[in-house]
Write a protein that binds this ligand. Structure first.
Ligand SMILES: [Zn+2]
Length: 312
């Protein structure tokens, strides 16, 4: 379908009612038509309450049940506004900004919404990078440059994989690393890069077994210091990532949630050439409809260091 509003005015006109938002969400959730989650039947009535009632077993299903928006008490209209806002901000969104803009009751609500949406930014089953791929580590969240092989205090290590088309950057994948050991690097690379790809790295020993994993491996340089500019694709992405984290989070990188920020950055970066912001919005709604619910507890469990005072 790929049908989305192009401008804010179009968005406002189109999604001014719950019914309109529900219908749009339903289209993206059931592109081949409604399926009853209980009996698999495809016949249903749309009730005035917004629920779909199965024509065979009578089960009532809401359009958001089984998606990341399951059990939300807030109108879909508000969620759509948030998704429009998130995809139309050049520099990402922080929870405080969102809370203020939408008049959400609490910081915690804004925070949990953003984290739900960040999960939706990772497309389920997305394909791995292929072709020529530069791979390098970088540190985020600290000021001094780090050293490999030992933990850098206050920093997180991120593995950057960047597709290169000649000297032009293609898609990227980012992966948080516990350390720069061969085991960590190999696991991350296998998750991000298709076997058979031409992988360029520096001469760090942790990369030395990549050929045996099915990659065409080229060592670009022999030094093992982080931060040189011999893998320019990775270096460029690292610079953009750091600037983006600073702009979005004012430097307050919560290491526990770094994965989600990496996901948001990746979502934006890989769609940077998309001329229409509306298309980003469309993709985010589509992916939100395809992702299973995550209980708030599972997200908050990791939220050390930031204790929201307000109730949901
Ligand atoms: Zn049924």
């Amino acid at each position: 379908m790929e049908d989305y509003p192009q401008t804010l005015v179009e968005f406002e006109e189109r999604f001014s009612t719950e019914e309109a938002c529900r219908a749009y969400f339903a289209e993206l959730r059931w592109p081949y038509g409604f399926r009853c989650p209980l009996c698999g039947s495809d016949s249903a009535w749309a009730r005035r309450s917004g629920l779909y009632e199965c024509g065979v077993c009578g089960r009532q299903t809401s359009v958001t049940s089984g998606t990341i928006l399951q059990d939300t008490k807030k109108p879909l209209r508000l969620w759509f506004r948030v998704m429009w806002h998130v995809t139309n901000q050049k520099y990402g969104t922080n929870a405080l900004g969102l809370q203020r803009m939408l008049g959400l009751g609490s910081y915690r609500t804004a925070w949990s919404w953003l984290h739900k949406l960040r999960r939706a930014m990772v497309r389920p089953g997305r394909e791995r990078l292929s072709g020529t791929v530069q791979v390098d580590e970088s540190y985020v969240g600290g000021e001094k440059s780090g050293k490999r092989g030992r933990g850098a205090a206050g920093k997180s290590m991120v593995l950057i994989a960047a597709e290169m088309d000649a000297s032009r950057l293609g898609r990227v994948r980012l992966h948080r690393l516990q350390n720069a050991s061969a085991a960590s690097l190999e696991t991350a690379i296998q998750e991000m890069v298709e076997p058979g790809a031409f992988v360029c790295t520096d001469g760090w020993a942790g990369y030395s077994k990549l050929s045996s994993l099915g990659y065409a491996h080229q060592v670009i340089r022999q030094t093992a210091a982080v931060g040189d500019d011999l893998l320019p694709g990775c270096h460029k992405v690292a610079g953009l990532l750091k600037r983006w984290l600073l702009g979005t989070l004012q430097g307050a990188v919560s290491h526990e949630h770094l994965e989600y920020y990496l996901d948001e950055f990746t979502f934006r970066f890989n769609r940077r050439t998309s001329r229409s912001r509306g298309k980003l919005f469309y993709r985010l709604v589509q992916q939100a409809a395809a992702i299973e619910p995550v209980p708030l507890k599972a997200m908050v469990k990791h939220a050390r260091g930031r204790k929201p005072n307000h109730k949901m």
